[in-house]
Design a protein around this ligand. Structure first.
Ligand SMILES: Nc1ncnc2c1ncn2[C@@H]1O[C@H](COP(=O)(O)OP(=O)(O)OP(=O)(O)O)[C@@H](O)[C@H]1O
Length: 379
């Protein structure tokens, strides 16, 4: 049996490295190919250090050579991991760029129940009210709730045909497009997602969905910093992350871990800042009475300590909980102090994102600074 090195390169040109967008050949992942007899030895360098990525790429290479060159070839792969992303440009967006989605912001929290989903829903609505095109992806594998907060619990995304391909159309309400794992799971049944499974499902919700043009896609991440989070944040091209915490010490300790997760060398997602939720309790009828039931200024001090921006605070108010539960988040209530509070943290978040984008290549900066509604954002 004889085959040429070029046939091997041609076959490798049809597959991509996990999260790297271009083909293995185009992306210069293939550093050497040696063919002799019925054997081929391939040297591959990839940026993604996870075992899952390594196994996937090894499997795909063998499969494509057997399919496109010859089934009889014995394929030997020498795989090395090189941390290219952080060396080239610390702010490089990881993974495939999505041309119609300008910015992906991950909303995270170390601890559960601190109000990450509430903050996500309300900032999304604030962004939509500022004139941006906004989408929300509910990636909370442990308990998706955005479909409840957006009052679309009984809806299902439709399948639409886009240029010959079948895609999911996000459900829309309050000017925000939404896709949630909650649309695809039975509310009465516990779903156990493992990291690779969750990141695959989320990749589909991003890449196989008809989002249209989006200025912002907010991703409501599951709480915590475990394996499932690593898989998700490594697989998605996130532009920046926001960490939500209450002022309580145990929540702050977890928020610190959340920030550290994004700053890990192999994740390297810029942290836009920390939002403090439930900063103080205030009865709506006595707005000047503030009770610091979880402690005072905890997240502000943490942000200072770890040199991250403090993006603002949201009080603990009964109507925030009530409005979320009935599917009409408070940011919709025109002219109220709470609507304004969400607008302020949203502005801070976008301003921080613009700063972060200044260090991107010029084309990226142009794309961001020409976004609609930018005048609404104080720089
Ligand atoms: N500022 C607030 N004032 C009053 N209630 C709030 C506030 N923020 C969140 N809540 C309520 O606290 C509960 C938890 O909030 P939420 O579901 O947003 O938290 P989470 O961090 O996303 O939780 P999970 O662990 O499920 O990811 C909800 O009932 C929500 O309505």
């Amino acid at each position: 049996m004889s085959f040429k090195k070029e046939d091997v390169y041609k076959a490798l040109d049809t597959i991509t490295a996990p999260g790297e967008g271009k083909s293995l050949v185009e992306n210069k992942n293939i550093t050497n190919v040696v063919a002799f007899g019925d054997e081929v030895e391939i040297d591959v360098t990839i940026g993604n250090p996870t075992l899952q990525a390594k196994k996937k790429i090894e499997g795909e290479i063998t499969k494509v050579i057997h399919a496109k060159v010859s089934e009889k070839i014995v394929v030997k792969i020498n795989l090395t991991v090189e941390k290219t992303a952080s060396k080239e440009n610390p702010n490089k967006i990881r993974g495939k760029e999505i041309p119609n989605i300008k910015n992906i912001i991950a909303i995270a929290s170390g601890k559960g129940g601190v109000g990450k989903s509430t903050i996500t829903a309300n900032t999304a609505i604030s962004l939509a009210k500022m004139g941006f095109n906004v989408g929300v992806l509910d990636a909370d594998v442990y308990g998706p709730s955005q479909h409840i907060m957006f009052d679309v619990e009984r809806k299902k995304p439709l399948s639409v045909n886009v240029e010959g391909r079948s895609k999911m159309k996000p459900v829309e309400n309050y000017g925000v497009k939404l896709l949630s794992l909650g649309f695809f799971t039975d509310p009465g049944q516990a779903v156990i997602w493992r990291g690779p499974m969750a990141s695959k499902a989320l990749n589909q919700l991003i890449f196989d969905a008809d989002w249209g043009e989006l200025d912002f896609l907010l991703i409501d991440l599951p709480p915590g910093t475990g394996d499932v989070h690593l898989s998700i944040v490594q697989a998605l091209p996130i532009s920046g992350a926001v960490v939500v915490s209450t002022p309580q010490n145990i929540a702050l300790a977890d928020a610190r871990k959340g920030v550290a997760m994004f700053q890990q060398e192999n994740i390297n997602v810029p942290v836009l800042g920390i939002i403090e939720n439930m900063s103080y309790f205030t009865p709506e009828e006595l707005p000047n009475n503030k009770y610091y039931i979880f402690g005072k200024d905890g997240a502000k001090n943490l942000a200072e300590d770890i040199k991250t921006r403090f993006l603002g605070e949201i009080p603990l108010v009964q109507s925030i909980r009530e409005s979320g539960d009935v599917g009409r988040p408070v940011a919709l209530q025109e002219g109220t102090a709470l609507e304004n509070a969400f607008k302020e943290i949203t502005k801070e978040m976008v301003a921080e994102l613009l700063k972060r984008n200044e260090s991107l290549p010029p084309t990226e900066v142009v794309r961001i600074t020409t976004m609609s509604g930018c005048s609404a954002v104080k720089k």
